[in-house]
Design a protein around this ligand. Structure first.
Ligand SMILES: Nc1nc2c(ncn2[C@@H]2O[C@H](COP(=O)(O)OP(=O)(O)OP(=O)(O)O)[C@@H](O)[C@H]2O)c(=O)[nH]1
Length: 364
Protein backbone atom coordinates (compact mmCIF):
# COMPACT_ATOMS: atom_id res chain seq x y z
CA UNK A 1 0.00 0.00 0.00
CA UNK A 2 1.26 3.49 -0.77
CA UNK A 3 0.23 6.65 0.99
CA UNK A 4 0.42 10.04 -0.63
CA UNK A 5 0.52 13.28 1.28
CA UNK A 6 -1.23 15.54 -1.14
CA UNK A 7 0.26 18.93 -1.93
CA UNK A 8 -1.92 20.76 -4.36
CA UNK A 9 0.22 22.80 -6.73
CA UNK A 10 -0.83 25.99 -8.43
CA UNK A 11 -0.55 24.07 -11.69
CA UNK A 12 -3.16 21.44 -10.72
CA UNK A 13 -5.40 24.15 -9.23
CA UNK A 14 -5.39 25.97 -12.56
CA UNK A 15 -6.02 22.70 -14.35
CA UNK A 16 -8.97 22.06 -12.07
CA UNK A 17 -10.36 25.56 -12.74
CA UNK A 18 -10.43 24.70 -16.48
CA UNK A 19 -12.03 21.39 -15.69
CA UNK A 20 -14.70 23.01 -13.53
CA UNK A 21 -15.54 25.51 -16.21
CA UNK A 22 -15.95 22.66 -18.73
CA UNK A 23 -18.10 20.59 -16.33
CA UNK A 24 -20.26 23.55 -15.45
CA UNK A 25 -21.00 24.39 -19.11
CA UNK A 26 -21.98 20.83 -19.96
CA UNK A 27 -24.20 20.50 -16.87
CA UNK A 28 -25.96 23.80 -17.47
CA UNK A 29 -26.74 22.84 -21.06
CA UNK A 30 -27.87 19.29 -20.25
CA UNK A 31 -31.50 18.46 -20.98
CA UNK A 32 -33.29 16.21 -18.44
CA UNK A 33 -32.77 13.15 -20.67
CA UNK A 34 -29.08 13.91 -21.07
CA UNK A 35 -28.48 14.78 -17.43
CA UNK A 36 -27.37 11.29 -16.29
CA UNK A 37 -24.74 11.20 -19.03
CA UNK A 38 -23.49 14.70 -18.19
CA UNK A 39 -23.32 14.04 -14.45
CA UNK A 40 -21.28 10.91 -15.20
CA UNK A 41 -18.98 12.99 -17.44
CA UNK A 42 -18.54 15.44 -14.57
CA UNK A 43 -17.66 12.54 -12.25
CA UNK A 44 -15.20 11.23 -14.84
CA UNK A 45 -13.53 14.63 -15.05
CA UNK A 46 -13.35 14.82 -11.27
CA UNK A 47 -11.94 11.29 -11.17
CA UNK A 48 -9.23 11.84 -13.73
CA UNK A 49 -8.02 14.89 -11.82
CA UNK A 50 -5.62 13.41 -9.23
CA UNK A 51 -6.17 9.82 -10.40
CA UNK A 52 -9.13 8.83 -8.30
CA UNK A 53 -10.53 5.30 -8.69
CA UNK A 54 -14.24 5.83 -8.27
CA UNK A 55 -16.47 8.91 -8.12
CA UNK A 56 -20.19 8.79 -7.41
CA UNK A 57 -23.39 10.50 -6.41
CA UNK A 58 -25.77 9.12 -3.77
CA UNK A 59 -29.22 10.56 -3.13
CA UNK A 60 -31.13 10.10 0.14
CA UNK A 61 -34.79 9.18 0.30
CA UNK A 62 -36.96 12.06 1.61
CA UNK A 63 -37.19 10.45 5.06
CA UNK A 64 -33.42 9.70 5.20
CA UNK A 65 -34.22 6.04 5.76
CA UNK A 66 -32.13 4.95 2.80
CA UNK A 67 -29.79 6.12 0.04
CA UNK A 68 -29.11 5.00 -3.53
CA UNK A 69 -26.10 5.30 -5.79
CA UNK A 70 -27.56 7.23 -8.72
CA UNK A 71 -24.42 7.97 -10.78
CA UNK A 72 -20.97 6.40 -10.84
CA UNK A 73 -17.69 6.65 -12.70
CA UNK A 74 -14.93 4.06 -12.21
CA UNK A 75 -11.34 4.08 -13.39
CA UNK A 76 -10.05 1.27 -15.60
CA UNK A 77 -9.76 -2.03 -13.75
CA UNK A 78 -11.87 -0.84 -10.83
CA UNK A 79 -15.05 -2.69 -9.89
CA UNK A 80 -18.28 -0.71 -10.23
CA UNK A 81 -20.67 -0.93 -7.27
CA UNK A 82 -23.66 1.13 -8.36
CA UNK A 83 -25.85 -1.93 -8.87
CA UNK A 84 -25.32 -3.31 -5.38
CA UNK A 85 -25.68 0.07 -3.65
CA UNK A 86 -29.37 0.72 -4.24
CA UNK A 87 -31.75 1.55 -1.37
CA UNK A 88 -29.04 1.05 1.24
CA UNK A 89 -30.85 1.32 4.60
CA UNK A 90 -29.67 4.00 7.04
CA UNK A 91 -29.44 1.50 9.86
CA UNK A 92 -26.83 -0.49 7.90
CA UNK A 93 -24.38 2.44 8.38
CA UNK A 94 -25.68 4.60 11.24
CA UNK A 95 -22.31 6.30 11.84
CA UNK A 96 -21.99 7.41 8.21
CA UNK A 97 -25.56 8.77 8.11
CA UNK A 98 -25.09 10.66 11.40
CA UNK A 99 -21.76 12.18 10.37
CA UNK A 100 -23.04 13.17 6.95
CA UNK A 101 -26.17 14.77 8.43
CA UNK A 102 -24.18 16.58 11.12
CA UNK A 103 -21.09 17.68 9.16
CA UNK A 104 -21.92 17.25 5.48
CA UNK A 105 -18.41 15.89 5.08
CA UNK A 106 -16.71 12.51 5.52
CA UNK A 107 -12.95 12.24 5.12
CA UNK A 108 -11.31 8.85 5.42
CA UNK A 109 -7.54 8.91 4.95
CA UNK A 110 -7.12 5.29 5.92
CA UNK A 111 -10.01 2.86 6.22
CA UNK A 112 -8.10 0.72 8.72
CA UNK A 113 -7.94 3.70 11.11
CA UNK A 114 -11.72 4.22 11.18
CA UNK A 115 -13.09 3.92 14.74
CA UNK A 116 -15.08 0.82 15.73
CA UNK A 117 -18.24 2.85 15.94
CA UNK A 118 -18.01 3.31 12.12
CA UNK A 119 -19.15 -0.38 12.07
CA UNK A 120 -21.20 -1.13 8.94
CA UNK A 121 -19.61 1.72 6.99
CA UNK A 122 -16.09 0.41 7.66
CA UNK A 123 -17.17 -3.11 6.69
CA UNK A 124 -18.55 -1.74 3.41
CA UNK A 125 -15.30 0.13 2.61
CA UNK A 126 -13.29 -3.01 3.33
CA UNK A 127 -15.66 -5.05 1.14
CA UNK A 128 -14.96 -2.67 -1.74
CA UNK A 129 -11.18 -2.59 -0.93
CA UNK A 130 -11.34 1.16 -0.40
CA UNK A 131 -8.30 2.63 1.31
CA UNK A 132 -9.29 6.30 1.31
CA UNK A 133 -12.53 8.06 0.55
CA UNK A 134 -14.08 11.44 0.74
CA UNK A 135 -17.75 12.53 0.50
CA UNK A 136 -19.30 15.99 0.62
CA UNK A 137 -22.97 16.74 1.15
CA UNK A 138 -25.30 18.04 -1.56
CA UNK A 139 -27.62 20.72 -0.19
CA UNK A 140 -30.79 21.88 -1.85
CA UNK A 141 -32.42 24.91 -0.23
CA UNK A 142 -30.50 24.16 2.95
CA UNK A 143 -31.56 20.51 3.04
CA UNK A 144 -29.11 17.62 2.64
CA UNK A 145 -30.30 15.58 -0.36
CA UNK A 146 -27.28 13.35 -0.95
CA UNK A 147 -23.54 13.48 -1.42
CA UNK A 148 -20.78 13.34 -4.03
CA UNK A 149 -17.84 11.15 -3.13
CA UNK A 150 -14.72 9.49 -4.41
CA UNK A 151 -12.69 6.41 -3.46
CA UNK A 152 -9.08 5.39 -3.74
CA UNK A 153 -8.58 1.64 -4.06
CA UNK A 154 -4.92 1.19 -4.96
CA UNK A 155 -3.48 3.77 -2.59
CA UNK A 156 -4.47 5.90 0.32
CA UNK A 157 -3.96 9.62 0.74
CA UNK A 158 -4.35 12.45 3.19
CA UNK A 159 -7.06 14.70 1.96
CA UNK A 160 -6.41 18.43 2.18
CA UNK A 161 -8.59 21.55 2.22
CA UNK A 162 -8.15 22.02 -1.53
CA UNK A 163 -9.55 18.52 -2.20
CA UNK A 164 -12.61 19.36 -0.11
CA UNK A 165 -13.05 22.72 -1.83
CA UNK A 166 -12.88 21.13 -5.29
CA UNK A 167 -15.29 18.36 -4.37
CA UNK A 168 -17.73 20.92 -2.92
CA UNK A 169 -17.68 22.86 -6.19
CA UNK A 170 -18.53 19.73 -8.17
CA UNK A 171 -21.19 18.73 -5.61
CA UNK A 172 -22.83 22.17 -5.91
CA UNK A 173 -22.92 21.96 -9.70
CA UNK A 174 -24.42 18.47 -9.67
CA UNK A 175 -26.96 19.59 -7.03
CA UNK A 176 -28.05 22.47 -9.25
CA UNK A 177 -28.54 20.10 -12.16
CA UNK A 178 -30.54 17.63 -10.04
CA UNK A 179 -32.61 20.54 -8.64
CA UNK A 180 -33.32 21.94 -12.08
CA UNK A 181 -34.45 18.58 -13.40
CA UNK A 182 -36.54 17.84 -10.32
CA UNK A 183 -38.31 21.17 -10.78
CA UNK A 184 -38.87 20.43 -14.46
CA UNK A 185 -40.22 16.94 -13.65
CA UNK A 186 -42.52 18.42 -10.97
CA UNK A 187 -43.76 21.04 -13.42
CA UNK A 188 -44.43 18.40 -16.06
CA UNK A 189 -46.29 16.27 -13.53
CA UNK A 190 -48.35 19.26 -12.36
CA UNK A 191 -49.13 20.13 -15.96
CA UNK A 192 -50.32 16.56 -16.65
CA UNK A 193 -52.44 16.58 -13.47
CA UNK A 194 -53.92 19.94 -14.41
CA UNK A 195 -54.76 18.71 -17.91
CA UNK A 196 -56.45 15.59 -16.47
CA UNK A 197 -58.37 17.71 -13.93
CA UNK A 198 -59.53 20.08 -16.68
CA UNK A 199 -60.65 17.19 -18.85
CA UNK A 200 -62.55 15.71 -15.88
CA UNK A 201 -64.13 19.11 -15.14
CA UNK A 202 -65.22 19.50 -18.73
CA UNK A 203 -66.70 16.00 -18.59
CA UNK A 204 -68.45 16.71 -15.27
CA UNK A 205 -69.89 19.94 -16.64
CA UNK A 206 -71.68 17.78 -19.23
CA UNK A 207 -72.54 14.81 -17.02
CA UNK A 208 -75.47 14.00 -14.75
CA UNK A 209 -74.14 12.85 -11.37
CA UNK A 210 -76.92 10.34 -10.61
CA UNK A 211 -77.14 8.43 -13.89
CA UNK A 212 -73.69 9.31 -15.35
CA UNK A 213 -75.44 10.11 -18.61
CA UNK A 214 -75.05 13.48 -20.32
CA UNK A 215 -76.84 16.31 -18.50
CA UNK A 216 -78.99 19.06 -20.00
CA UNK A 217 -75.95 21.11 -20.99
CA UNK A 218 -74.35 18.10 -22.75
CA UNK A 219 -77.63 17.28 -24.51
CA UNK A 220 -78.13 20.87 -25.71
CA UNK A 221 -74.65 20.88 -27.26
CA UNK A 222 -75.16 17.46 -28.90
CA UNK A 223 -78.62 18.36 -30.22
CA UNK A 224 -77.60 21.59 -31.93
CA UNK A 225 -74.48 19.97 -33.37
CA UNK A 226 -76.47 17.01 -34.77
CA UNK A 227 -79.13 19.33 -36.25
CA UNK A 228 -76.42 21.28 -38.10
CA UNK A 229 -74.54 18.16 -39.20
CA UNK A 230 -77.60 16.36 -40.60
CA UNK A 231 -78.95 19.53 -42.16
CA UNK A 232 -75.67 19.75 -44.13
CA UNK A 233 -75.96 16.06 -45.09
CA UNK A 234 -79.74 16.18 -45.55
CA UNK A 235 -80.20 12.98 -43.55
CA UNK A 236 -82.73 11.88 -40.97
CA UNK A 237 -82.53 12.57 -37.28
CA UNK A 238 -84.70 11.00 -34.57
CA UNK A 239 -85.28 12.68 -31.22
CA UNK A 240 -86.99 10.82 -28.36
CA UNK A 241 -88.19 12.37 -25.14
CA UNK A 242 -88.78 9.74 -22.44
CA UNK A 243 -90.73 10.69 -19.32
CA UNK A 244 -91.32 8.32 -16.36
CA UNK A 245 -95.00 7.81 -15.54
CA UNK A 246 -96.33 8.80 -12.13
CA UNK A 247 -92.86 9.33 -10.81
CA UNK A 248 -94.02 11.76 -8.15
CA UNK A 249 -96.29 9.04 -6.80
CA UNK A 250 -93.37 6.56 -6.69
CA UNK A 251 -91.28 9.08 -4.77
CA UNK A 252 -94.11 9.94 -2.39
CA UNK A 253 -94.99 6.33 -1.66
CA UNK A 254 -91.54 4.75 -1.52
CA UNK A 255 -89.12 7.60 -0.93
CA UNK A 256 -86.41 9.30 -2.98
CA UNK A 257 -83.89 6.46 -2.65
CA UNK A 258 -86.28 4.15 -4.52
CA UNK A 259 -86.97 7.00 -6.96
CA UNK A 260 -83.23 7.42 -7.62
CA UNK A 261 -82.85 3.68 -8.23
CA UNK A 262 -85.70 3.87 -10.78
CA UNK A 263 -83.95 6.75 -12.57
CA UNK A 264 -80.75 4.70 -12.76
CA UNK A 265 -82.66 1.68 -14.05
CA UNK A 266 -84.26 3.75 -16.84
CA UNK A 267 -80.79 5.12 -17.68
CA UNK A 268 -79.45 1.56 -17.99
CA UNK A 269 -82.29 0.55 -20.29
CA UNK A 270 -81.72 3.64 -22.44
CA UNK A 271 -78.05 2.76 -22.78
CA UNK A 272 -78.96 -0.80 -23.64
CA UNK A 273 -81.62 0.02 -26.24
CA UNK A 274 -80.60 3.36 -27.72
CA UNK A 275 -76.91 4.09 -27.35
CA UNK A 276 -75.51 2.69 -30.57
CA UNK A 277 -72.50 4.27 -32.21
CA UNK A 278 -73.18 7.97 -32.89
CA UNK A 279 -76.27 8.05 -30.69
CA UNK A 280 -76.48 10.29 -27.63
CA UNK A 281 -78.63 9.83 -24.57
CA UNK A 282 -78.92 11.99 -21.48
CA UNK A 283 -81.03 13.10 -18.55
CA UNK A 284 -82.91 16.16 -19.69
CA UNK A 285 -84.06 17.01 -16.16
CA UNK A 286 -86.09 15.49 -13.28
CA UNK A 287 -87.69 12.29 -14.63
CA UNK A 288 -87.18 13.18 -18.31
CA UNK A 289 -84.57 11.69 -20.65
CA UNK A 290 -83.63 12.57 -24.22
CA UNK A 291 -82.18 10.39 -26.97
CA UNK A 292 -80.60 11.82 -30.15
CA UNK A 293 -80.38 9.11 -32.81
CA UNK A 294 -79.14 9.99 -36.29
CA UNK A 295 -79.90 7.97 -39.43
CA UNK A 296 -82.93 6.02 -38.17
CA UNK A 297 -85.95 5.66 -40.42
CA UNK A 298 -89.36 6.37 -38.87
CA UNK A 299 -90.04 2.60 -38.71
CA UNK A 300 -86.72 1.87 -37.02
CA UNK A 301 -87.32 4.69 -34.53
CA UNK A 302 -90.74 3.24 -33.67
CA UNK A 303 -89.21 -0.23 -33.19
CA UNK A 304 -86.63 1.26 -30.82
CA UNK A 305 -89.34 3.06 -28.84
CA UNK A 306 -91.33 -0.17 -28.55
CA UNK A 307 -88.22 -2.08 -27.37
CA UNK A 308 -87.59 0.63 -24.81
CA UNK A 309 -91.13 0.36 -23.40
CA UNK A 310 -90.62 -3.38 -23.08
CA UNK A 311 -87.16 -3.07 -21.52
CA UNK A 312 -88.30 -0.57 -18.93
CA UNK A 313 -91.18 -2.82 -17.86
CA UNK A 314 -88.50 -5.26 -16.61
CA UNK A 315 -86.98 -2.68 -14.25
CA UNK A 316 -87.25 -4.23 -10.82
CA UNK A 317 -88.31 -1.93 -8.03
CA UNK A 318 -90.99 -1.13 -5.50
CA UNK A 319 -93.58 -0.60 -8.22
CA UNK A 320 -94.07 -1.36 -11.91
CA UNK A 321 -92.19 1.28 -13.90
CA UNK A 322 -93.46 2.63 -17.21
CA UNK A 323 -92.55 5.60 -19.41
CA UNK A 324 -94.25 7.76 -22.02
CA UNK A 325 -92.26 8.60 -25.14
CA UNK A 326 -92.48 11.41 -27.67
CA UNK A 327 -90.82 10.62 -30.99
CA UNK A 328 -89.82 12.88 -33.87
CA UNK A 329 -88.01 11.77 -37.03
CA UNK A 330 -87.15 14.51 -39.54
CA UNK A 331 -84.56 15.88 -41.93
CA UNK A 332 -83.36 19.19 -40.43
CA UNK A 333 -83.63 22.34 -42.54
CA UNK A 334 -81.68 25.56 -42.12
CA UNK A 335 -84.64 26.91 -40.15
CA UNK A 336 -84.77 23.99 -37.67
CA UNK A 337 -83.97 24.99 -34.08
CA UNK A 338 -83.40 22.87 -30.97
CA UNK A 339 -86.26 24.65 -29.17
CA UNK A 340 -88.69 23.80 -31.93
CA UNK A 341 -87.65 20.13 -31.95
CA UNK A 342 -87.89 19.90 -28.16
CA UNK A 343 -91.33 21.50 -28.21
CA UNK A 344 -92.52 18.91 -30.71
CA UNK A 345 -91.30 15.87 -28.73
CA UNK A 346 -92.60 17.41 -25.51
CA UNK A 347 -96.07 17.76 -27.08
CA UNK A 348 -95.87 14.14 -28.24
CA UNK A 349 -95.03 13.04 -24.67
CA UNK A 350 -98.01 15.03 -23.43
CA UNK A 351 -100.25 13.20 -25.89
CA UNK A 352 -98.83 9.82 -24.81
CA UNK A 353 -99.61 10.69 -21.18
CA UNK A 354 -103.06 11.82 -22.14
CA UNK A 355 -103.75 8.59 -24.01
CA UNK A 356 -102.98 6.45 -20.97
CA UNK A 357 -99.12 6.43 -20.61
CA UNK A 358 -96.74 3.47 -21.21
CA UNK A 359 -96.76 4.23 -24.96
CA UNK A 360 -95.10 6.37 -27.58
CA UNK A 361 -96.55 9.10 -29.76
CA UNK A 362 -95.08 10.47 -32.97
CA UNK A 363 -94.68 14.20 -33.46
CA UNK A 364 -95.70 15.54 -36.82
N1 LIG B 1 -85.99 10.52 -6.59
C1 LIG B 1 -85.84 11.60 -7.36
N2 LIG B 1 -86.91 12.30 -7.76
C2 LIG B 1 -86.75 13.35 -8.58
C3 LIG B 1 -85.51 13.76 -9.03
N3 LIG B 1 -85.65 14.86 -9.83
C4 LIG B 1 -86.98 15.12 -9.89
N4 LIG B 1 -87.65 14.23 -9.14
C5 LIG B 1 -89.07 14.11 -8.91
O1 LIG B 1 -89.71 13.75 -10.10
C6 LIG B 1 -91.10 14.02 -9.96
C7 LIG B 1 -91.64 14.45 -11.29
O2 LIG B 1 -93.03 14.52 -11.13
P1 LIG B 1 -94.02 15.10 -12.20
O3 LIG B 1 -93.27 16.03 -13.13
O4 LIG B 1 -95.15 15.71 -11.44
O5 LIG B 1 -94.45 13.90 -13.03
P2 LIG B 1 -95.04 12.46 -12.69
O6 LIG B 1 -95.37 12.27 -11.28
O7 LIG B 1 -94.07 11.51 -13.27
O8 LIG B 1 -96.36 12.44 -13.54
P3 LIG B 1 -96.54 12.16 -15.06
O9 LIG B 1 -95.31 12.65 -15.75
O10 LIG B 1 -97.74 12.95 -15.48
O11 LIG B 1 -96.73 10.72 -15.23
C8 LIG B 1 -91.20 15.08 -8.87
O12 LIG B 1 -91.83 14.54 -7.75
C9 LIG B 1 -89.74 15.42 -8.53
O13 LIG B 1 -89.55 15.69 -7.16
C10 LIG B 1 -84.35 13.00 -8.58
O14 LIG B 1 -83.21 13.29 -8.94
N5 LIG B 1 -84.58 11.94 -7.78
Amino acid sequence: MTTEVKTTTTHSTVQFAYLISHISTSLINATPTESAKHIEHALAALGSNDRKDRCYVFLFSDDYQEMSNTHEWVNQGITAHKQDLQQVPADAMPWFFQEMKAEGLILVNDTAQLPDKAGGFKTELLRENIQSMMAVGMYLEGRLIGFVGCDLVHRSCEWGDEDVRQMRLVADMITNTVARHRTEARLQQMEAELRAANARLAQLAHEDGLTELKNRRGLDAALSSEISRLQRKQQELTIMMIDIDHFKQLNDQHGHVVGDAALRCVAQELKHTLQRSGETIGRFGGDEFLAICPLLTTEEAQQRAASLLEGISTCEGAAQLTVSIGLYTFIPSSATTSDEVLRKVDNAVYRAKHKGRNRFEIAS
